[in-house]
Design a protein around this ligand. Sequence first.
Ligand code: NDP
Ligand code: 2IT
Length: 445
Amino acid sequence: MDINAVIQRLEQRDPHDTHFRQAAKGLLGSLDGYLKDHPEIADSALLERLLEPERTVIFRVTWVDDHGATRVNRGYRVQMNGALGPYKGGLRFHPSVNLDILRFLALEQTIKNALTGLPLGAGKGGSDFDPKGRSDGEIMRFCQAFMSELYRHIGPDIDVPAGDMGVGTREVGYLFGMYRKLSGTFSGTLTGKGPTFGGSALRPEATGYGLVYFAQQALRCQDDTLEGKAVAVSGAGSVARHAALKAIEMGARVVTLSDSRGLIHRQQGFDAEQVGELARIKANGGGVADLAGQATGVSYHENEKPWARACDVALPCATQNELDQHDARALVKGGCRWLLEGANMPCTAGAVAVVREAGLGYAPGKAANAGGVAVSGLEMSQNSLREYWSASEVDRRLYGLMENIHRQCVEHGGGDHGGPPDYETGAAVAGFSRVAEAMRGQGIL
Ligand code: NDP
Ligand code: 2IT
């Protein structure tokens, strides 16, 4: 199979879709050996089908702001692959959202959801709406306007959206309310709902906790633990804060957090109360700089990223391509041994090459951040059963799911050379082979 020819076709068809091509190149590169051993994959254009969404919906979202002005945004839902179950994946509200970004996220989601072993297809959606500085009323009206079109395309057995950047429990609540009103049904059509109307315990925490559970497994395979390790986290959102909290609970020293404006650093490590305070600051429209103004030992560095600070473990948890080649070199220089992705594709291809060359343990987001969608899968099960599981039950299952994902990566990623396994290859092969088998089993569609 000529992977280069597949990529070339992507380039010819959608020359401006650089993020999608980056994700596709990364995936196909990791599958090279597997595809050579499985020539049957080429027979039915399986790769080409995997890279082409089953369906994409693009729609106008019209809403009225607090000053009475009519606003227009663009809404999207990419229904990428339904071979394993209903389309499943988050909604992102961010000014950078476009079809390229959503298709890359949907491709990552396809492999990630397969790795969970749960019956989850893959999708992604969102809008170029910028929630920053918007009032609660504006957020609600935008969510309602967005759902007034999206509701036609989703359902508990069709497509089950959740949150992503800019979409948390509050937004999912407004989206769910409008879906319930328009469809006249109370179902599990969205995940990440509030705890009184079907939301699973620990869904907000799941991605960050799962990331740290994955890190714990990875270090354990090298007879090591997180205790006492300096951990650099980027971001100050849902994933970053919960990863930080779980790492602190495990005895690590979380030395950095960040947002789009800058970095905060604390040599002795942040404590859980400070991370809790950061959540309040961000919810009120503040920045990480505000925490530096209140807490002792915290310094703020405008426009800086965490990667030049000495650390043992790096957890990029903000956004795509936030960590480039230069940052990766700085991490290596600072003695970092592990890089595990909480965000989706936070490392540029150049950064991945640097960390792999330097022999760091490297785990891609499609494996390491799968805890969020995994607990979304558990939320769907609870909704279907009309049950609520306790936080300890969900935590136990999340731990087991991350253990299983880690085991699959090791199984397919080798690792007999003494160092960490090739998690990138392991994740790609384990996830892809599951989707490929389901697609082949269902015929040429
Ligand atoms: P949030 O919106 O809660 O937080 C995003 C954070 O990233 C904010 O602190 C934001 O800063 C920061 N950020 C955004 N852009 C940049 C930038 N260019 N440079 C530095 N920091 C930036 O999102 P989540 O925590 O939910 O998502 C974070 C990542 O994790 C995304 O890649 C998402 O796709 C991925 N993910 C999320 C899951 C989930 O369940 N939510 C599941 C799996 C992956 P600011 O506040 O200043 O904008
Ligand atoms: O990137 C992701 O895995 C998510 N944003 C979570 C998706 C979900 O359906 O819970």
